[in-house]
Design a protein around this ligand. Sequence first.
Ligand SMILES: *[C@@H]1O[C@H](CO)[C@@H](O)[C@H](O)[C@H]1NC(C)=O
Ligand SMILES: *[C@@H]1O[C@H](CO)[C@@H](O)[C@H](O)[C@H]1NC(C)=O
Ligand SMILES: *[C@@H]1O[C@H](CO)[C@@H](O)[C@H](O)[C@H]1NC(C)=O
Ligand SMILES: *[C@@H]1O[C@H](CO)[C@@H](O)[C@H](O)[C@H]1NC(C)=O
Ligand SMILES: *[C@@H]1O[C@H](CO)[C@@H](O)[C@H](O)[C@H]1NC(C)=O
Ligand SMILES: *[C@@H]1O[C@H](CO)[C@@H](O)[C@H](O)[C@H]1NC(C)=O
Ligand SMILES: *[C@@H]1O[C@H](CO)[C@@H](O)[C@H](O)[C@H]1NC(C)=O
Ligand SMILES: *[C@@H]1O[C@H](CO)[C@@H](O)[C@H](O)[C@H]1NC(C)=O
Ligand SMILES: *[C@@H]1O[C@H](CO)[C@@H](O)[C@H](O)[C@H]1NC(C)=O
Length: 458
Amino acid sequence: MGTDLSSSTFAVTGSMGKLATFALSFLFVLVLSSLIPSTEAYDSLDPNGNITIKWDIMQWTPDGYVAVVTIFNFQQYRHIQAPGWILGWTWAKKEVIWSMVGAQTTEQGDCSRFKGNTPHCCKKDPTVVDLLPGTPYNQQIANCCKGGVINSWVQDPANAASSFQVSVGAAGTTNKTVRVPKNFTLRAPGPGYTCGIAKIVKPTKFVTQDGRRTTQALMTWNVTCTYSQFLAQKTPTCCVSLSSFYNDTIVNCPTCTCGCQNNATQPGSCVEGDSPYLASVINGPGKNSFTPLVQCTSHMCPVRVHWHVKLNYKEYWRVKIAITNFNYRMNYTQWNLVIQHPNLDNLTQLFSFNYKSLTPYGGINDTAMLWGVKYYNDFLMEAGPYGNVQSELLFRKDPSTFTFEKGWAFPRRVYFNGDNCVMPPPDSYPWLPNAATRLTSTMMMALFAALAWLLIYV
Ligand SMILES: *[C@@H]1O[C@H](CO)[C@@H](O)[C@H](O)[C@H]1NC(C)=O
Ligand SMILES: *[C@@H]1O[C@H](CO)[C@@H](O)[C@H](O)[C@H]1NC(C)=O
Ligand SMILES: *[C@@H]1O[C@H](CO)[C@@H](O)[C@H](O)[C@H]1NC(C)=O
Ligand SMILES: *[C@@H]1O[C@H](CO)[C@@H](O)[C@H](O)[C@H]1NC(C)=O
Ligand SMILES: *[C@@H]1O[C@H](CO)[C@@H](O)[C@H](O)[C@H]1NC(C)=O
Ligand SMILES: *[C@@H]1O[C@H](CO)[C@@H](O)[C@H](O)[C@H]1NC(C)=O
Ligand SMILES: *[C@@H]1O[C@H](CO)[C@@H](O)[C@H](O)[C@H]1NC(C)=O
Ligand SMILES: *[C@@H]1O[C@H](CO)[C@@H](O)[C@H](O)[C@H]1NC(C)=O
Ligand SMILES: *[C@@H]1O[C@H](CO)[C@@H](O)[C@H](O)[C@H]1NC(C)=O
């Protein structure tokens, strides 16, 4: 009896222990999940960002249809750069592609069942790429032939779409018999996008050029693809370093942010900037592979963004931003930066970059997108002496929030080309010297200013 009791008490405490363990692990998971970057395709700075692929059937043919396919980049700051988008799908039945205008499939596949006219592509799962600029006019349609490059919605809405025309055979010939393709895939040009299923939507209406007549597609379907940095690559590609005028500490990117230098097992993991073999390594094997070949640094990131708190005026303060490319195999065209800082709603002046405020939730205006000026600094050259761009930002101090203390002057988040840049840990930020040293440094500065004034004007 006694043993029974004690064992049941034991069982109770045991289950309570289990409960506690469960609660604890639940808490642990909660805390962890708030720390780990979200694995789902959701970007809090661009909550509605997506790429929509729209198929407009323009004409039924004896054995199928002609459709115009348009890829719209509805992402505020993520663009598709060279070598461009790669679109794939799986036909629902035995469809073939008779011809294409403004794009091509990468493989024709097995068309042996056709006599006479052979289709452009007979594969069950065609892979389509854009044509290159300079394609003859008779092989073009509007918005095609840009080598698969699509700009972001904010940066250049006029170039945020790409189109091609496809003639499909062995397909349905009415809106009741046609079958929508399945399993859409989009690489841009690497992985990262997940596409949903094609949904039949209201037919698109087109307005004629003079605006006096509208026509409409015979049938339209849409596919939406969303991006996830987690799917794109598991290692970061960008990091942030910090410095300030009030402390000589330069806080470098965290060591091994994007990888570690490993001379023993992987001697080719990076190249020294002053290596005499630099040119031969860059042009060596892997030249066209688009895998980064980075300059040796402690962080090994292809891109570094440096934020320097430069000057403190009475009513304003000034920041210098420099972006450095450490990748010998990549010129970033039309690069962009997204920055979150509470003082961005009082950004007064920005030198030599373009700027647009992003207000993901309508209210808080603390996030902005910056990008280069066309033909001036929108091209971030491969690693080397020209592999950097820079700008200065002038902020008006909001007295209720402004402070140099506790790292307030540093950005909260930085994205380069839509990918999160790793920040140094907050406790390593350059500190404001304590009050006594601050006084002496102010006095020193005043003294220097007086000296300089004397030197210049006396
Ligand atoms: C895709 O983006 C557009 C433009 O922001 C938006 O109107 C549309 O609702 C989005 N689609 C989905 C499925 O989120
Ligand atoms: C198919 O076309 C008919 C008219 O030809 C139209 O009434 C019907 O709504 C269309 N169905 C779809 C799914 O587009
Ligand atoms: C679509 O892709 C899924 C997973 O990759 C696969 O299981 C399925 O068979 C594919 N569907 C078609 C029609 O190919
Ligand atoms: C389909 O895509 C087009 C172009 O992106 C868009 O204008 C339209 O609203 C979309 N329709 C639906 C129902 O999402
Ligand atoms: C790798 O080699 C470089 C010079 O070639 C050297 O500076 C660096 O310390 C080495 N790293 C390791 C981890 O051995
Ligand atoms: C980058 O651009 C420069 C100048 O146009 C060119 O010489 C170089 O080959 C390009 N590098 C890559 C990796 O495309
Ligand atoms: C956000 O801040 C910018 C720069 O100060 C300003 O031009 C813009 O009007 C602001 N937008 C909103 C919605 O407050
Ligand atoms: C900074 O911007 C906010 C919001 O736009 C505004 O309420 C505030 O007055 C501005 N501060 C200064 C000093 O201009
Ligand atoms: C500068 O900041 C570092 C922290 O990054 C701190 O250790 C150091 O004491 C600061 N220097 C001065 C002069 O306050």
